[in-house]
Design a binder for this molecule. Structure first.
Ligand SMILES: Nc1ncnc2c1ncn2[C@@H]1O[C@H](COP(=O)(O)OP(=O)(O)O)[C@@H](O)[C@H]1O
Ligand SMILES: [Mg+2]
Length: 356
């Protein structure tokens, strides 16, 4: 099933939770809704499910306006952060629940239910837990059972609201790989809400970045990571250095340094260059060298990468650089040394309201 939302607005009192959101969720794809807490992710998911009604705008399911379709008719499966398993029912009965409560005319036979639940438990690789009760399971197992239960009624859309949010980092990592494999098997159109950028980038086909009720960017994971459309996206998807200055005729002057701004000839005025730590070249300083002159404050060189904390000579701002540990060793740098850094890639955003 394809999902489209068109010009959705939702307020709570004076507070704008969703500001004219329009999005397409393609058939069979896994889309991540990513953004900080309070940006409207859950509200958008609830509007799609029919649990919340937008003030204006439409939700289209397979091109059909779903406004008048009740939650039950929308054929959506849910998994939430807080496991909503029934504690007094076995795992088997939890998964069977959605089938048992169907109208008599649509309800499968006992034999069909048994087979279906068994298949689902095999799919989530927990068939050996069928007779246990939820309190006897780990957090990760409970979320996999919650997913099996959501899938039992063969939803045409799967909505997952921070399903791994309450689990510890290692389990989350395992489960996100597992979810991706499961999705590749089933290809149910899915929306996965998270505030964890790593999780979104790893698991999704398409990432939607939200901020304060607005969509900031939509794209494939590598697209949004490598080509952020706004300062917000730069900051939200990983560490980034900011060099403030003035940009004119393809050159940004920042303190005593200046560097070329390729591909943005129209940029002019007060602006900020965004450069990720691994996009900086680091060298020992030599007189006349081009770039930003810095002092090496601290080097953290464990594993394949060396993380360098650098202090700008001209304004004492901190810069973070990440270089291969091999390069760090061959340069033989010492803390306190003067170095020079140059952006290999950068993107300039002209400050809002800056005069041109
Ligand atoms: N029922 C409600 N009544 C009032 N405010 C709400 C309600 N639901 C959500 N909000 C507010 O709307 C904003 C977005 O909430 P939510 O969609 O839950 O964000 P997210 O899931 O991205 O953390 C938050 O500021 C939240 O406090
Ligand atoms: Mg939420």
């Amino acid at each position: 099933m394809t999902i489209q939302v068109k010009n959705i607005n939702k307020r709570f009192g004076d507070f704008v939770a969703l500001n004219n959101i329009s999005l397409d969720f393609p058939q069979g794809e896994l889309t991540a809704l990513l953004g900080p807490s309070g940006c409207g992710k859950t509200t958008l998911l609830r509007c799609i499910a029919g649990l919340e009604h937008p003030d204006s705008g439409q939700v289209l399911l397979d091109g059909q306006d779903a406004s008048d379709r009740h939650v039950r008719e929308r054929q959506v499966g849910f998994v939430f952060q807080h496991y909503a398993l029934f504690k007094h029912m076995t795992v088997f009965e939890n998964v069977a629940f959605g089938l048992r409560v169907k109208k008599r005319s649509e309800r499968p036979s006992e034999e069909q239910i048994r087979r279906k639940v068994k298949d689902l438990l095999e799919l989530v690789q927990l068939d050996w837990l069928a007779d246990r009760y939820p309190p006897q399971l780990s957090g990760g197992q409970r979320q996999r059972i919650a997913l099996a239960r959501a899938l039992a009624v063969e939803p045409r859309v799967l909505l997952l609201d921070e399903p791994f949010g309450a689990l510890d980092a290692k389990v989350r990592k395992e489960l996100r790989r597992w979810l991706r494999r499961l999705h590749d098997e089933l290809h149910v159109t899915s929306i996965f809400v998270t505030h964890d950028q790593e999780e979104a980038l790893e698991v999704a086909d398409q990432v939607v970045l939200m901020n304060k009720g607005n969509v900031e960017q939509i794209g494939a994971p590598d697209e949004v990571y490598n080509h952020p459309a706004s300062p917000f996206v730069y900051g939200f998807l990983g560490n980034v250095n900011m060099f403030h200055g003035r940009v004119q005729d393809g050159v940004l002057a920042s303190g005593e340094a200046s560097f070329a701004v390729p591909g943005q000839p129209e940029a002019a005025g007060k602006g900020t260059a965004y450069v990720r730590p691994h996009e900086l070249d680091v060298d020992r300083y030599t007189p006349g060298a081009e770039g930003i002159v810095v002092k090496l404050r601290r080097a953290h060189a464990i594993g394949p990468l060396a993380q360098l904390d650098l202090e700008r000579g001209d304004n004492a701002e901190l810069i973070e650089a990440v270089i291969p540990n091999e390069r760090f060793s061959s340069l033989d740098l010492k803390e306190g040394e003067t170095l020079v850094v140059r952006p290999k890639r950068l993107r300039v955003f002209v400050d809002e309201g800056a005069s041109i």
